[in-house]
Design a protein around this ligand. Structure first.
Ligand SMILES: *[C@@H]1O[C@H](CO)[C@@H](O)[C@H](O)[C@H]1NC(C)=O
Ligand SMILES: *[C@@H]1O[C@H](CO)[C@@H](O)[C@H](O)[C@H]1NC(C)=O
Ligand SMILES: *[C@@H]1O[C@H](CO)[C@@H](O)[C@H](O)[C@H]1NC(C)=O
Ligand SMILES: *[C@@H]1O[C@H](CO)[C@@H](O)[C@H](O)[C@H]1NC(C)=O
Ligand SMILES: *[C@@H]1O[C@H](CO)[C@@H](O)[C@H](O)[C@H]1NC(C)=O
Ligand SMILES: *[C@@H]1O[C@H](CO)[C@@H](O)[C@H](O)[C@H]1NC(C)=O
Length: 682
């Protein structure tokens, strides 16, 4: 998760609501604003150097609006695949406004221009937007603003490719009620005027995931999806695949089009009798074309079509006696609107998205292996921090760069999976903070430090958060941390029947906090991909998206606690849903539980075992034993002796207050450790 540059979890925004606004405001008040605040009232206006002059861009847009007879033009921040992260050529909202934050919608009328974004971005938006723009902090809704700017009969327009079906309806319905037209303008007006510095479409070669990292060939996956079509009551004749990770998963192919996400821009129309991949064909090397059987047109061959042909092609296909199955969440209005209602089968998620959410044994193995190497990178970072922070020259940004570099050295690394959140002291109280030059803070042994980071590897995607302290934490910090940890553990060891909805388990993660009158204002977990998205829905916990849990699904577990203006705590592990052993099995339904695959010990200094129960401590000790057993051989293999010793110290078992248990187990671990050391390293 992160704040400034890239999208975070949208569902998290919803839950955070006022909490975020409050903390952002108080955060703002203790920032020196010298020279960074614009003054649009003075003559001439004062503009800080962080501002982009948008006068020419806006006048060009307005000329086009006149040409098309458009009164208001709406510019959202997403791409045609409704991606969480977008490529630079799709950053139209950022270009027209100057504001580079991920979330936010721009609206331009004949005379005015306004931006809506959530409270996390207000400071940044004010610093980046010139006096042509007003920042709307929720004083009016976009719809009310548009109604006020227009008269009955006027045309409000937008590019339907950058709206989900639901978002489009949320404009269309109230605008129609107000007797305004809401018109889909197929050609994006910003693209017409954004010339010269408009980043080109991606041209990098599309590549295949190495064979050892997948067990289902694309042909097997195609058959799986076709079998689901056949079984479906509504007898769909084709599935339209719009989300980029779904096409990437289906064909075991990846690209470099989107930061942090190994995707390539494409759509797939998977019909009972053909497969069409809409992509820039020049990006497929010959061996990939052969791999896809692109020279034939039978049902197991992949026909290549230009990316921009999707709408035309769908429209043509929809003329037949067909039924097109789509997932509402990731299908844009531009492709949806050309399919007649009677030819549509609409579910919340496409069958590909749901099939992808249960990982097969090779994907599971890959995710686990990636998390072992990822743990090595994180442990190396923690050892380095322990030595370097007291010298006083590590900052949030230099720390983030360093941990990113450590990940890139691990085998199969393909970069990081989201912008690293490296937050010291009060900065961590903003759940989605990520450092920028203006907010960068020095890491201080007397402050808590939160690091939320992850990597892309050919065999899996990782995401882990740890909160550290190098000095003496307060009693309250220890209690809050321990309660967050207790929530993580309570959820991880919970046992539930197959097909329990993720949301139903959310209370486990909050119980220990609630007992003390504490809470966190965000969701508890999100699914994760295998060298795909770091936030992969609909698996998750405590968000409106989540689906029934099954064996082989992966989710993060990440309770937290944020004390405004002081500190922030989050403890995040990726966990796999596994079978649980239960005494009985009511009606034969198998019971499930979680197993953490993130393998980095927690901050010992912040754990107060005296408030934990025996089951929590036992779970923790078992987990530590597993971390040691799994990660120490990898540390040895990479000849990281200092990190090996560190891990040994940091995975010592906790006692329940009974000294005997403690010394016996630690003695055993110490003996085992020195045995391994002598046998393998020395
Ligand atoms: C912005 O650019 C326009 C066109 O180049 C120029 O006329 C105007 O003075 C600039 N505005 C500011 C505030 O610099
Ligand atoms: C409506 O538009 C008028 C004229 O532009 C403006 O003065 C007024 O503040 C607007 N009201 C709202 C609620 O935006
Ligand atoms: C432009 O739109 C207005 C409504 O805002 C309409 O009355 C007018 O006829 C349109 N003009 C043209 C040339 O289409
Ligand atoms: C397709 O990719 C090639 C490079 O592989 C590039 O030269 C070309 O401009 C791309 N076409 C489009 C329409 O993006
Ligand atoms: C697809 O390609 C494979 C391997 O190149 C080949 O064995 C197979 O016959 C091809 N299928 C069709 C339908 O052309
Ligand atoms: C911190 O200072 C030490 C010694 O001056 C230097 O070796 C090290 O590279 C510095 N680290 C950072 C992150 O600047």
């Amino acid at each position: 998760m992160r704040l400034t540059c890239i999208a975070v979890w949208t569902w998290l925004f919803i839950l955070e609501g006022l909490f975020q606004l409050a903390s952002c405001r108080s955060f703002q008040s203790d920032k020196p604003d010298g020279g960074l605040v614009k003054d649009c009232e003075s003559i001439p206006p004062y503009l800080p150097p962080t501002v982009t002059n948008t006068s020419l861009r806006l006048s060009a847009l307005r000329s086009l609006m006149d040409l098309y007879n458009i009164s208001v033009y709406v510019i959202p921040a997403t791409d045609p695949h409704l991606s969480e992260y977008i490529g630079p050529q799709d950053a139209r909202r950022a270009w027209i406004t100057g504001f580079t934050g991920t979330a936010g919608t721009a609206v331009v009328s004949k005379m005015k221009a306004a931006l809506w974004t959530d409270g996390r971005y207000w400071i940044q938006a004010e610093r980046q937007m010139d006096c042509n723009w007003e920042l709307n902090k929720g004083e009016t809704t976009i719809i009310d603003w548009i109604l006020n700017e227009t008269r009955e009969g006027d045309i409000v327009a937008a590019d339907p490719f950058v709206f989900s079906i639901g978002e489009w309806e949320s404009y269309k319905n109230p605008l129609h009620q107000g007797n305004r037209q809401f018109v889909a303008e197929e050609k994006n007006l910003v693209d017409i005027i954004w010339v010269g510095d408009h980043p080109p479409n991606p041209t990098d070669d599309i590549f295949k995931v190495p064979d050892e990292f997948f067990e289902r060939t694309w042909q097997m996956k195609v058959k799986e999806i076709r079998a689901q079509m056949k079984e479906n009551l509504y007898q769909p004749t084709a599935v339209l695949i719009s989300a980029l990770d779904e096409t990437a998963w289906l064909f075991n192919l990846r690209g470099n089009d989107i930061p942090y996400n190994p995707f390539f821009k494409s759509y797939t129309l998977l019909a009972t009798n053909f497969i069409r991949l809409f992509v820039n064909e020049s990006r497929l090397p010959q061996h990939i074309k052969e791999y896809l059987n692109t020279t034939c047109t039978t049902d197991m061959c992949v026909q290549l079509k230009p990316y921009t042909d999707i709408r035309k092609d769908l429209q043509e296909y929809a003329k037949g006696n067909v039924k097109i199955w789509i997932g509402q969440e990731y299908t844009n209005y531009g492709v949806y609107e050309v399919i007649p209602e009677s030819k549509l089968l609409v579910n919340k998620y496409s069958p590909v998205q749901l099939t992808k959410s249960v990982k097969d044994s090779t994907e599971q193995k890959g995710l686990k292996a990636a998390h072992v190497r990822d743990a090595v990178a994180v442990i190396c970072y923690f050892v380095w921090l322990e030595k370097t922070v007291p010298k006083g020259n590590v900052t949030e940004l230099s720390g983030a760069n360093y941990v990113n570099k450590l990940r890139s050295k691990q085998k199969y690394s393909k970069g990081i999976s989201f912008e690293t959140i490296s937050a010291s002291g009060l900065n961590a109280a903003l759940a989605h903070y990520s450092p920028s030059h203006e907010t960068n803070r020095k890491l201080n042994p007397d402050e808590m430090y939160l690091i939320d980071s992850g990597g892309q590897y050919l065999d899996g995607t990782t995401d882990i958060t740890r909160t550290l302290h190098w000095g003496t934490p307060t009693d309250f910090q220890k209690e809050a941390y321990t309660r967050v940890l207790m929530g993580n553990i309570d959820l991880a060891r919970s046992i539930f029947p197959t097909l329990t909805i993720g949301d139903e388990l959310d209370v486990w993660a909050r119980h220990a906090l609630w007992e003390a009158g504490l809470n966190y204002m965000h969701g508890t977990g999100h699914g994760i991909g295998t060298f795909l998205s770091v936030h992969e829905w609909p698996v998750g916990i405590g968000s409106p998206h989540t689906c029934p849990l099954q064996e082989g699904m992966f989710t993060s577990i990440e309770p937290g606690y944020y004390q405004d203006n002081e500190f922030g705590i989050r403890i995040e592990d990726v966990s796999v849903v596994v079978k649980a052993e239960t005494k009985y099995t009511f009606r034969g339904v198998p019971y499930l539980t979680f197993e953490h695959i993130s393998l980095v010990p927690y901050e010992r200094k912040l754990i107060d075992v005296s408030i934990m129960n025996k089951e929590q401590i036992d779970w923790l000790n078992n987990y530590y034993e597993r971390i040691w057993r799994t990660v120490s051989p990898e540390l040895q293999a990479q000849q990281l002796t200092e990190e090996y010793d560190w891990l040994q110290r940091h995975t010592q078992p906790f006692s329940h207050g009974i000294i005997i248990t403690y010394s016996f187990t630690s003695l055993a671990t110490a003996l085992l450790g020195s045995f391994l050391l002598q046998g393998k390293i020395l």
